[in-house]
Design a protein around this ligand. Structure first.
Ligand SMILES: [Zn+2]
Length: 327
């Protein structure tokens, strides 16, 4: 039991060390594209695990330099059925999932080993969160933003979809699990039940997205979703990812009323993702000049883990990190 307690306090310890608010990294695919990776594919950034693992590591290092306390692995859209549809065997797919964790751990260790020798640095040893993307991310039809998986998708089906990937990721040795872009209560329930059934011993967070700034994409209230998660001690934090920044203020206030768990927010840049065309529709919502003020506001409202999702960059994370280090 002692072991469970120490594992569960890992995230809390990091938040404490960070002075009350830890920083997550930012957009992964965005940054990979900047380095010339072609990722217009249903497997999206997971494709880089096959083609250019050195770029994956490079992006992790860029976020560490920017001040990220938590690295999210490149496994968001990496799924076994996805890899199999690319002609890989299950075993090869499992090795790629494992690789996503190993690359982040290697980046973290090499960065930390070099930085800890320099005096007066302002960094903390980062944690590695294994990304578990929504079933909708695997479908690659934008359903992680609608919450509509169709009538045939049951709780059992969602659990079976997530189970083996979860096992492989946990075995690869991340510090925590990050369920991301969850669009409805059913998938949240699948995640929670899996954590119990698989007896997962590392901390985890469950993040929803939102398209109206008020509810889960399915239209279900966050109260319904969080009532379910609150009962489970294996989930350490809940929050929102990949929704526009201007939703955060309201959603943090709402979550603060609904849960005692730590609140995590990592919005996208505010540009709009067209899940069918698989591209970002240009729109100017993200105010890079004001990200510092926003990050401080979110912290003051009660978020204790803050970062960026799609289209945010190391400069976004550097700004957030700097803002949160100033009291
Ligand atoms: Zn995103």
């Amino acid at each position: 039991m002692g072991n469970i307690k120490s594992e569960n306090s890992l995230l809390e310890d990091l938040i404490k060390k960070a002075g009350g608010c830890a920083v997550i990294d930012g957009g992964f695919a965005t940054q990979l594209e900047r380095h010339g990776a072609a990722i217009n594919d249903p497997l999206w950034s997971a494709l880089c695990l096959i083609k250019s693992p050195h770029l994956v590591k490079k992006v992790h290092l860029e976020y560490l330099e920017a001040g990220a306390d938590i690295l999210v692995t490149s496994s968001y859209q990496a799924t076994l059925p996805g890899f199999v549809s690319k002609g890989l065997s299950i075993q090869e797919g499992e090795l790629l999932l494992e690789r996503s964790v190993k690359l982040a751990v290697e980046a973290r260790d090499s960065f930390w080993n070099s930085i800890k020798k320099t005096s007066g640095h302002n960094y903390r040893r980062a944690l590695v969160a294994a990304s578990v993307g929504s079933y909708g991310a695997y479908l690659a039809d934008g359903s992680e933003y609608s919450g509509c998986f169709g009538p045939n998708v049951t709780l059992e089906k969602l659990k079976e979809f997530h189970r083996r990937r979860l096992q492989v990721l946990v075995e690869a040795g991340p510090d925590l699990l990050a369920f991301e872009t969850i669009p409805n209560k059913l998938e949240a329930q699948a995640c929670v039940e899996l954590l119990d059934e698989e007896n997962v011993q590392i901390p985890s967070w469950i993040c929803f997205t939102s398209v109206d700034g008020e509810n889960a994409p399915s239209g279900e209230s966050f109260k319904e979703c969080l009532d379910l998660i609150n009962k489970n001690d294996k989930v350490n934090a809940v929050g929102i990812n990949c929704a526009p920044p201007h939703f955060m203020e309201n959603l943090i206030c709402q979550f603060k009323q609904l849960t005692k768990k730590a609140i995590v927010v990592y919005p996208n840049s505010g540009e709009v993702w067209d899940g069918i065309a698989k591209k970002w529709l240009p729109s100017k919502c993200f105010d890079d000049d004001n990200i510092e003020g926003q990050a401080r506001q979110w912290r003051d409202l009660g978020a204790s883990i803050i970062g960026g999702c799609c289209r945010t960059t190391p400069s976004t994370i550097e700004a957030i990190s700097k803002a949160l280090r100033e009291k």
